[in-house]
Design a binder for this molecule. Structure first.
Ligand code: PLP
Length: 393
């Protein structure tokens, strides 16, 4: 069979907007790791942010039932009423938030909820305050939507806690939005109620809107997760999804709840782009959101064991690693391996055969992110390989 020629020489007139978009470094590292794996190299990936558990069987069963029942057509743009009702009930039960089902919108992953929200809220030049280190996609999404990301630094010494005075110091007349992520990726920081109350007050005083990404809410160890929407519901959009809580990354179900005019604007954007989230996955998510307590408890207990082991192991190796309170990542100081985190990540991949994400795009210089959403056996092997790398230097 002949392969058609690739028309690579044609000059595609890509937009300035898309040319300024940086590909996610998380994806870049996992692609390189995959490439090496395909070439037969035994790589352990600590790079990817998804639980290694299977989607719970009752969720799979709900999807099969939905398919057999012909739930295979377009749904309403904002999601099937059954799912929006289940989400509204969950927000009440677990987060103490009161929303009507019409104040909820279902999206193709939390990413799309964030995307829709930023496009609905930002005008060119609007500034968005983002605590750093941050998830790589936030500044990229903000810039893509025409806004200007403004980092508000936090430090490893404080466990990456956000100081309200640092937020105040970063404010300008163009500040419009505050983006929070607690428990945080990559820091694992969980913001306490006092901080959230103070931030809500500051937002009211300075007329800021808040987007809070609560994707890791169930993965908390020594801290209680609180939703800031409890303190400023009129100016908060709560974003969440099925990916991390119910091991459903591939199903692509996210959601958001907030003030109606914003939800309607997000629906308008979605109506002209993806139309609706996958119908079968929406039915599966009804089951996940209403009935997964045992699964959540089991995964939290497993993640806690892994966190304790990896934090202790990395610190013993002389790679300083603060103990995260939530999510499933550690941010490790790799300056002992190399002062430059990109070079440290390269050495870890090429010499220790461990894939990690350099802190560069997270605004975490001198550090790399390891995801411990992987088995205990692999964590032990990673520690052994890293010991080998350090001993050889
Ligand atoms: N928010 C944070 C902080 C994340 O880490 C991720 C995924 O890594 C997402 C949102 C996106 O999740 P989803 O799979 O729902 O798009």
């Amino acid at each position: 069979m002949t392969t058609p020629p690739t028309p690579s020489t044609f000059n595609i007139p890509l937009s300035k907007k898309v040319q300024s978009l940086k590909p996610s470094s998380t994806v870049a590292v996992s692609s390189r790791a995959l490439e090496l794996q395909r070439a037969g190299v035994d790589i352990i990936s600590m790079a990817v942010g998804e639980p290694d558990f299977d989607t719970p069987p009752h969720v799979i069963a709900a999807a099969k039932t939905a398919m057999d029942a012909g739930k295979t057509r377009y749904t309403s743009v904002n999601g099937i009423p059954e799912l929006r009702e289940a989400i509204a009930a969950k927000l009440q039960r677990e987060n103490g938030l009161t929303y009507a089902p019409e104040a909820v919108t279902v999206t193709s992953g939390g990413k799309q909820a964030l995307f829709n929200a930023l496009f609905a809220l930002l005008d060119p030049g609007d500034e968005v305050l983002i605590p750093s280190p941050y998830w790589v996609s936030y500044p990229e999404m903000v810039s893509f939507a025409g806004g200007v990301p403004v980092a508000v630094p936090t430090t490893p010494e404080s466990g990456y806690q956000l100081d309200v005075n640092a937020v105040r110091a970063a404010l300008t007349p163009r500040s419009k939005l505050l983006m929070l992520n607690s428990p945080g990726n990559p820091t694992g920081a969980v913001f306490p109620e006092d901080t959230l109350r103070a931030l809500a007050e500051l937002a009211r005083e300075k007329d800021l809107f808040i987007i809070t990404d609560e994707m890791y809410e169930h993965i908390v160890y020594d801290a209680a997760q609180t939703s800031i929407a409890r303190f400023a519901p009129e100016r908060t959009l709560t974003v969440n999804g099925a990916s991390k809580a119910y091991a459903m990354t591939g199903w692509r179900i996210g959601y958001a709840a907030g003030p109606l005019p914003l939800i309607r604007a997000m629906n308008a954007i979605q109506g002209q782009s993806t139309s609706n989230a996958n119908s079968i996955a929406q039915w599966a998510a009804v089951s996940a959101i209403t009935d997964s307590y045992a699964f959540i408890e089991r995964s939290r207990a497993e993640f806690r064991k892994r966190r304790d082991r990896i934090v202790a192991g990395l610190n013993e190796l002389g790679l300083p690693t603060p103990t995260p309170q939530g999510a499933f990542y550690v941010l490790t100081d790799t300056t002992r391996i190399h002062a430059d985190e990109l070079e440290a990540a390269r050495l870890m991949l090429d010499e220790a055969r461990v894939a990690v994400v350099p802190g560069t795009d997270f605004a975490a210089p001198g550090r790399v992110r390891l995801s411990y959403a992987t088995s205990m056996v692999k964590i032990e092997e990673v520690l052994t390989r890293l010991k080998g790398l350090l001993d050889s230097r």
